[in-house]
Design a binder for this molecule. Structure first.
Ligand SMILES: *Cc1c(COP(=O)(O)O)cnc(C)c1O
Length: 418
């Protein structure tokens, strides 16, 4: 057990209250190790190269193959904020969650290597050829394995199966039944584990073994996963520009990022700080019971520290964020650039789901409403830091809504009533 320090955040966590940790010396830039800025550009280009193929494979669904979501205005004020924008990844085409960015990019990077090695396409050629029967037959010899609490498995499984690859999804005990069922409907193999997410990743990594033909989408250590998320920063920056909004150090972009193992928020923040530097304030938001970045940054000296060591139990209804140990890769790549970690209660996330529905007409899962739940605790915690508070108050606030448009009606109805 770690002793409580004088900041109060640990005491709050242990008593089930919202907790805020602020990094007074957050880095305003990111380095080129272990992730490089050039690899983020490369990821954006790879997604661009694959879009025509994805459009062909998902022609029946009318998808254009682009992994992109709208930036929309929250109607009216939000709590202490005059205005708020929503980066609507809950509505990402086909997959309905932010996992499409990292997971699908990681899978496509593998498929690209295979396609070039097998001579299915040549560099510079259109990848639409990969939808032809002969290419699919070759791709069917390959498969993807991944561990998931639900959304990563679906994003990887859906696209892998459409490409003709096999898919094996290892689900932790947090995974919801309907998320398992929709995977089985894709003819993906679902392996259930009665353990937490960190242990499920370890087991899936072993199951994937050393076969050249089995690709393990590693949520904890993959650079291709990270850069896929980071490419979203390019998209958001263009959208802000198109809306006539320019983030500056005195009017910063304040972005609220729901956080599980850290790949999605870490990648996005890396990309944003690479592009906008000190004009960005990045807030990671976690469930109280699974506050693994708060644990790592606040008590672990920037290294992974299981939430269990703080007396937390990793039990939350935000299944997408139910992760007890932060990714070491993410901590190394952007840990120092995280401006704040906020832990929110399950009740506050549910309240966020309901207000997003009733006021803005959005369909979110609890994980995706974490950003909404973080605004008030953050502003309150900034009372003691007037300079930072003034900067944040004058900023451009963006909550990233990370999943939920595909929740079945019965699941969503259950979230709306007590
Ligand atoms: C996975 C997930 C996140 C967080 O992503 P990590 O890479 O695990 O930090 C946030 N919201 C939803 C809905 C997710 O599925």
């Amino acid at each position: 057990m770690i002793a409580a320090d004088d900041t109060g955040w640990l005491e709050n966590l242990r008593s089930g209250k919202a907790a805020v940790w602020i990094n007074d010396d957050a880095a305003t830039t990111v380095g080129d190790q272990p992730i490089s800025r050039a690899s983020v550009q490369a990821a954006a280009q790879r997604l661009h190269r694959f879009a025509p193929l994805l459009a062909t494979l998902f022609d029946d669904a009318g998808w254009d193959g682009k992994i992109a979501s709208p930036l929309i205005a929250w109607p009216g004020r939000h709590g202490p904020l005059q205005s708020l924008l929503v980066k609507a990844d809950h509505a990402l085409p086909m997959t309905g969650s932010i996992k499409a960015r990292g997971g699908v990019h990681d899978l496509l990077a593998f498929v690209e290597r295979v396609a070039l090695e097998e001579g299915l396409v040549r560099p510079g050629e259109s990848y639409v050829a990969l939808a032809e029967p002969a290419a699919r037959e070759t791709l069917s010899l390959y498969s993807a394995t991944v561990a998931s609490t639900g959304n990563l498995g679906y994003s990887v499984g859906l696209v892998a199966r459409r490409l003709g690859l096999g898919a094996e999804i290892h689900m932790s005990s947090d995974a919801k039944a309907w998320k398992k069922e929709r995977l089985r409907a894709l003819d993906a193999k679902v392996v259930e584990h009665e353990c937490d997410y960190t242990e499920t990743v370890a087991r899936a990594r072993i199951a994937a073994g050393g076969s050249r033909r089995v690709h393990f989408v590693d949520d904890e250590t993959s650079a291709d996963l990270f850069t896929g998320y980071a490419a979203a920063a390019v998209e958001l920056t263009e959208q802000l520009q198109a809306q006539g909004l320019r983030a500056t150090p005195s009017k910063p972009l304040v972005v609220y990022l729901p956080c599980g193992v850290g790949g999605a928020p870490g990648g996005v923040l890396y990309g944003l700080k690479a592009l906008l530097g000190e004009a960005v304030i990045g807030v990671f938001v976690e469930p109280i019971a699974s506050a693994c970045f708060l644990a790592a940054m606040g008590a672990g000296g920037g290294k992974p520290l299981p939430v269990y060591a703080l007396g937390l139990d990793n039990r939350t209804l935000a299944d997408g964020l139910a992760v007890p140990v932060a990714s070491a890769l993410v901590l190394e790549a952007v840990g120092e650039a995280i401006d704040a970690c906020v832990a929110v209660s399950d009740e506050a996330m549910i309240a966020g789901v309901r207000e997003a529905h009733s006021l803005a007409g959005l369909r979110l899962e609890p994980s995706a409403a974490a950003g909404l739940a973080a605004i008030e605790p953050l502003m309150e915690a900034l009372t003691g830091r007037p300079a930072l508070r003034a900067r944040v108050e004058g900023g451009i606030h963006v909550v990233w809504t990370t999943g939920g448009s595909q929740l079945p009606q019965s699941e969503f109805d259950r979230l709306l009533v007590d």
